[in-house]
Design a protein around this ligand. Structure first.
Ligand code: PMP
Length: 377
């Protein structure tokens, strides 16, 4: 129950067990072609969008967005926490101007405030984070996009903790870049960044961009088009074995159905929150409308969060530390994405109850487990 990398499905893991398979092999080209096509579906994109699968992960996908920027462009970052701030850290490395809209930890930047900011200033790009992994807060991407769409050139969304677990509608919301990483709700080991670009975004790929070499999407676009068309192609080596796992994960997702997958995540998240609240614990996300399907931050009063993590690990449960600097030492996180089920929720809440009780946290023993049972009965 980590925020990523997450537990890997056995069939996904086994799909990567191949030796002597190069990037020109027919099997690899087929796995890429299938995965690129499925990526469009996963992102709620259509044929007008260009999918990319590149080495790295969330950060390489984020940094590749610099491919769309030119010297002097202005960027607005909407930040709800650590990963929102990462957009700023990335763009600060390039010769573009960066403004940031921020909020208190556990809160979110309101669509009204984003709308106001883009009225006052001309931005080429607005970058935001769908689910802020440091707090578990979900930004209302659809509402923000509606307010700003006709006032900015490009909108980019970091969907690292949302894609595969939350409704993602690149086309309907006219988002130009939607990105994610392999090791989160897609449920594949780390190693790939995945993104789709709108036609408008693709038209910005040029030699004038501020991007460097490896993560410059201009260098990758023809490779992606060729691979999707079934032709071997090379710019730099892709993580071959990982792509076989990705293709298997996409096959399983297709079998489950994307809507069912999102509903499963929603049910799992509901159970987690019901269990925590009934135990008497406070959730980091302040507003219910921003609760995410994938990450829940849990505040503790008496227990030391790093000791909690060690103790639950010794009972076979892995959770994630709190990483928001403003809440340091006050919380830990539960990740509930990928192949998670209500049974995982039951185990998580049961282990947490007894560990926290032992550590002197004022929890209602048994109440969390009961709430989970009631959620799923
Ligand atoms: N954005 C978000 C929302 C994330 O949660 C993460 C990783 N946890 C990243 C970006 C960075 O991804 P990576 O670690 O794969 O580079």
């Amino acid at each position: 129950m980590h925020v990523g990398p997450v537990t890997i499905d056995y069939d996904v893991l086994v799909a990567g067990l191949r030796g002597d398979t190069g990037f020109t092999s027919q099997e690899f080209v087929e796995a890429m072609s299938f995965s690129l096509k499925y990526l469009r579906k996963l992102m709620g994109a259509d044929e007008t969008y260009q999918p990319f699968i590149i080495p790295g992960g969330g950060t390489s996908a984020m940094e590749s967005v610099a491919s769309l920027l030119r010297r002097g462009d202005k960027v607005l970052v909407v930040s709800n926490g650590v990963f929102g701030d990462r957009w700023k850290a990335i763009f600060n490395r390039y010769s573009v101007a960066v403004d940031v809209l921020k909020c208190d930890p556990g809160d979110y930047v309101k669509p009204d405030d984003v709308e106001k900011a883009v009225k006052d200033e001309k931005y080429t790009l607005v970058a935001m984070t769908h689910v802020e992994t440091s707090t578990g807060v979900r930004e209302p991407v659809e509402a923000v996009a509606k307010r700003i769409r006709d006032k900015v050139e490009l909108i980019a969304v970091d969907g690292v903790s949302s894609v595969g677990a939350e409704a993602v509608k690149a086309k309907d919301n006219q988002i130009d870049v939607y990105l994610t990483a392999s090791q989160k709700a897609i449920g594949v080991p780390p190693g790939a960044g995945l993104l789709v670009l709108s036609e408008r975004a693709v038209s910005r790929l040029s030699d004038e961009s501020v991007a460097g070499y490896y993560l410059n999407l201009k260098n990758w676009v023809d490779v992606m088009r060729n691979l999707e068309d079934g032709k071997a192609s090379y710019f730099a080596t892709l993580p071959v074995q990982l792509i076989f796992m990705l293709a298997k994960a996409f096959e399983l997702m297709d079998k489950e159905g994307l809507e069912n997958r999102i509903k499963r995540h929603e049910r799992v998240a509901q159970g987690v929150r019901a269990g925590l609240e009934s135990m008497g614990l406070e959730i980091v996300a302040k507003r219910p409308e921003t609760y995410s399907n994938t990450v829940t931050g849990v505040m503790v009063k008496k227990a030391n969060p790093s000791e909690v993590l060690k103790a639950v690990l010794s009972e076979g449960l892995e959770l994630a530390p709190g990483v928001h600097p403003a809440l340091a030492g006050k919380y830990f996180r539960i990740g509930h994405m990928g192949w998670v089920t209500p049974n995982d929720v039951m185990t998580t809440i049961a282990v947490l109850e007894r560990v926290l009780k032992r550590m002197g946290e004022p929890v209602n023993l048994g109440e969390g487990v009961r709430a989970v049972q009631l959620t799923y009965s």
